[in-house]
Design a protein around this ligand. Structure first.
Ligand SMILES: Cc1cc2nc3c(=O)[nH]c(=O)nc-3n(C[C@H](O)[C@H](O)[C@H](O)COP(=O)(O)OP(=O)(O)OC[C@H]3O[C@@H](n4cnc5c(N)ncnc54)[C@H](O)[C@@H]3O)c2cc1C
Length: 454
């Protein structure tokens, strides 16, 4: 059963009497616990029509590079295999998805689309809603509580969103059982690109190839489920006490999969609650409250990618201290090449570059130091976002925009005033060392650098 709050009609047009139903997949790149796919199958069956699934690979997605495409295509290979087993044709073209879906929609009774919250994803849906002649229905499947159901405004911080989310969890933390199509669509003769050779797909894309794929993560829903199982078996019991120690690596490692929609947060939460109920709380706080606070942020705050997104106390306090003397000032080139005086910061930057994922606690320190070492606040904000979105596999995500903004005061409270940071929370080496074995962390990153190169 799909809760009605997940369903939103994006145009005023009725369903057409045409050949098939289409699910335009963009955000939820998976076949299990995908409410949009489930709804599309249900509608196709009600109309006694076949279902097609469409994905447009575009090289125009902001800040996406070879590392991101490689991981995403690994995931799409599995989607294709899984849909085939369910008698559903997967049409993948290299093109602007808006053009692709508008062309296919000419023969569609209904288009179903999933839901990402970034500006570019919303713009695409708006264009398609305005251009097609059949109805476009959006289904929210990448959050546990639909964003506008949780709150109708931008929330100030986790403490203001938490009670709203918790009140709604009994309704939305519910199983989604797989359904099957009555009429298969494999007989349709649509062209589609061959995904089996990833390099031959990426060679057709005009993207930045200097950021190489990483071998530390393999994309796809099967892999995501293995990563979740491993976390449940080996690490969740230590999550609460050791998650901030970067040398311990007890966090789930699920963020790249969540970012590409290769695993559903609902599937993760239900599995955690079922298998390790006694250890679920602190993990679910991150997965649900913190993650969905990020979705709330990018959905309601159009300035999420600039320092204008900050609350006025932080913005004004940082401006007041902008001309304070900085002991160190680094260029973007020096930051990118991890050549600062700070061995911990350099290790974090190298971890991100080499493995595609920096440890969560280090991300806070890393972002705070960029603010401390850059001449202006807006430049520091841009540098942090640029590095995060270029090198993190999970970058370009609502969590990334919220995480960077947090370093500059978003979703936080005012602290004691000090140079450069004003009232924004400060972090230093001593605090970092109290969290874990930082020398061991540096050694681990150095080994990775030796193994994979910078
Ligand atoms: C400067 C900075 C940049 C960040 N950039 C990103 C980014 O680009 N993409 C990204 O997904 N996360 C980002 N985060 C948030 C967080 O650090 C990562 O989600 C987390 O480290 C991912 O590792 P994990 O999956 O092992 O997390 P776990 O600790 O196992 O948590 C499970 C899931 O909960 C969510 N989560 C955990 N911590 C947070 C948090 N602080 N805020 C929101 N959701 C959270 C994530 O979806 C994560 O996958 C950033 C944080 C900061 C401070």
């Amino acid at each position: 059963m799909i809760e009605s709050e997940r369903i939103k009609k994006l145009n005023e047009i009725d369903d057409a009497s045409a050949d098939f139903v289409i699910y335009w997949m963009q955000q939820s790149q998976r076949t299990t616990y995908n409410h949009a796919l489930h709804y599309a199958i249900q509608k196709a069956n009600e109309k006694n029509k076949p279902l097609l699934v469409y994905f447009g690979i575009t090289d125009q997605f902001p800040e996406a590079n070879l590392r991101h495409y490689h991981f995403m295509i690994q995931g799409l290979q599995q989607v294709q295999k899984n849909l085939l087993q369910r008698n559903i044709q997967f049409i993948i073209h290299i093109e602007n998805p808006v053009d692709g879906i508008c062309s296919l929609a000419k023969n569609a009774a209904l288009v179903v689309v999933d839901c990402g919250y970034l500006k570019v994803q919303k713009e695409w849906r708006k264009k398609v809603a305005d251009q097609i002649d059949c109805s476009l229905v959006q289904i929210e499947s990448d959050v546990i509580v639909p964003v506008e159901t949780a709150s109708n405004k931008e929330e100030y911080a986790a403490y203001t969103l938490r009670p709203k989310i918790h009140r709604l969890l009994p309704k939305f933390l519910t199983e989604l059982t797989a359904n099957t199509v009555k009429r298969g669509s494999l007989d349709y003769d649509f062209s589609s690109i061959n995904l089996s050779n990833i390099s031959s797909v990426t060679s057709q894309l005009d993207v930045d190839t200097s950021v190489l794929p990483v071998s530390s993560f393999t994309g796809g829903e099967d892999e995501a489920k293995k990563v979740l199982d491993y976390f449940i078996k080996h690490h969740i019991k230590s999550f609460d006490t050791k998650r901030n120690d970067p040398s311990k690596k007890v966090t789930s490692q699920l963020s790249p999969y969540l970012h590409f929609g290769q695993i559903s947060p609902l599937y993760i939460a239900l599995n955690i609650k079922k298998n390790t109920p006694d250890y679920a709380d602190s993990f679910l706080e991150e997965l649900i409250v913190r993650r969905e606070l990020s979705m709330n942020f990018v959905h309601f705050n159009d300035s999420y990618d600039t320092n204008f997104c900050l609350p006025s106390w932080a913005f004004e306090s940082l401006q007041k201290h902008e001309s304070d003397k900085r002991e160190y000032v680094y260029t973007i080139d020096e930051l990118e090449h991890a050549s600062t005086h700070d061995a911990y910061w350099n290790a974090a930057q190298n971890e991100m570059k080499v493995t595609g994922k920096m440890h969560g606690y280090m991300r806070m320190y890393w972002g705070k130091k960029i603010l401390e070492w850059t001449e202006t606040v807006s430049k520091a904000f841009d540098h942090a976002l640029y590095l995060n979105n270029t090198y993190e596999l999970d970058g370009r995500d609502p969590n990334g925009f919220a995480g960077v903004a947090w370093c500059f005061g978003k979703h936080d409270r005012a602290w004691k005033e000090r140079p450069i940071f004003g009232k924004v929370r400060y972090m230093n080496e001593a605090g970092l060392k109290r969290k874990g074995n930082l020398e061991e962390y540096i050694t681990q990153v150095e080994k990775k650098v030796d193994e994979f190169g910078k």
